[in-house]
Design a protein around this ligand. Structure first.
Ligand SMILES: Nc1nc2c(ncn2[C@@H]2O[C@H](COP(=O)(O)OP(=O)(O)OP(=O)(O)O)[C@@H](O)[C@H]2O)c(=O)[nH]1
Length: 281
């Protein structure tokens, strides 16, 4: 894949350092990924942390993903021996996760868990759902760093961490992360370029039906006209009647990221998005 981006804000570097130091004092960690793209939204820290403690996996935004594909992902991860669940973190049923918490808790104290993942995957929504929306942050835990916030839930103490994005992620992966709201188009060339690649991805991945279903727009004969066709359909016009590309791109990508386009999955265990992304170069 093409060259590397340099976007790695300081707080993410700090978060990585804090989290690895903290892992020593924890019993397990929950990695949060987006159910629409579980490979793309994997945390760059997962393998490092997984060597230290058991890693549980939560696929959030399952309400926005294709249910059959999500079931395949769960089978896939469980076949690797991982505890894995898929849920709508804002409204989800947490019974299964809570059951795992009580099963894993030591007899003499609460289970200590970290929640981590790349930006905007739903870490806070998951944490709030697990410990209860009104849970207040509790202070330092004896013998454990005071530099982070702990939240007390039934049988567990949970610590949040800042979203950490792979500093080495290539530009195409970063674009794909914009499609699900986990990265920002302004660091990767703007809305037009992110949206153009999204349409190309849908075309190549046989996923154009989501666009047709939502807005009644058919694929153009030439992919170069796809964004123009969509932009016109959405009424994103500049004075004089030409398409306002940035606006069209923003409306399209926002519709994807927020789920207003309908349920879709960008990848399945047997067809990872990375294979289509490589074809976009
Ligand atoms: N539809 C849907 N939206 C969700 C779900 N989980 C989170 N969201 C939304 O996704 C957005 C990001 O959620 P957060 O919980 O703030 O994500 P985060 O990972 O804590 O974000 P950072 O702290 O910025 O890294 C918010 O608009 C949430 O309402 C989910 O399961 N389903």
């Amino acid at each position: 894949m093409a060259g590397r981006t340099a976007w790695f804000p300081g707080h993410m570097a700090k978060g990585t350092k804090e989290l690895t130091a903290l892992m020593e004092k924890l019993d397990a960690a929950v990695e949060v990924r987006d159910a629409r793209a579980p490979d793309l939204t994997a945390s760059p820290l997962a393998s490092q942390l997984g060597e230290m403690k058991p890693l549980w996996l939560v696929l959030t935004k399952s309400d926005l993903a294709d249910p059959a594909t999500t079931r395949k992902w769960l089978d896939h991860f469980r076949s690797q021996g991982r505890l894995a669940w898929a849920l709508d973190a804002r409204a989800g049923r947490f019974d299964q996760v809570r059951k795992a918490v009580s099963a894993a808790a030591p007899a003499y104290r609460e289970l200590r868990l970290a929640v981590f993942g790349i930006p905007n995957v739903g870490k806070s929504a998951f944490l709030n759902g697990l410990v209860g929306r009104r849970a207040a942050a509790v202070g330092g835990v004896p013998g454990v760093t005071k530099a982070v916030n702990w939240y007390k839930g039934a049988g567990c103490l949970v610590v949040d961490s800042p979203g950490i994005l792979d500093p080495k992620a290539d530009p195409l992966t970063q674009k794909a992360l914009c499609w699900v709201g986990c990265s920002k188009p302004d660091v990767i060339g703007g809305w037009e370029t992110v949206a153009t690649d999204l349409l190309l991805f849908l075309r190549r991945g046989g996923l154009w039906n989501v666009i047709e279903k939502k807005w009644g727009v058919k694929q153009s004969e030439d992919p170069a006209f796809d964004l123009e066709t969509v932009g016109r359909r959405l009424g994103c016009l500049a004075p004089g009647g030409s398409v306002n590309w940035e606006l069209a791109g923003r409306r399209l990508v926002d519709a994807f990221a927020s789920g207003s386009i309908g349920k879709f999955s960008l990848e399945a265990p047997d067809s990872p998005a990375s294979s289509i992304l490589e074809g976009l170069e």
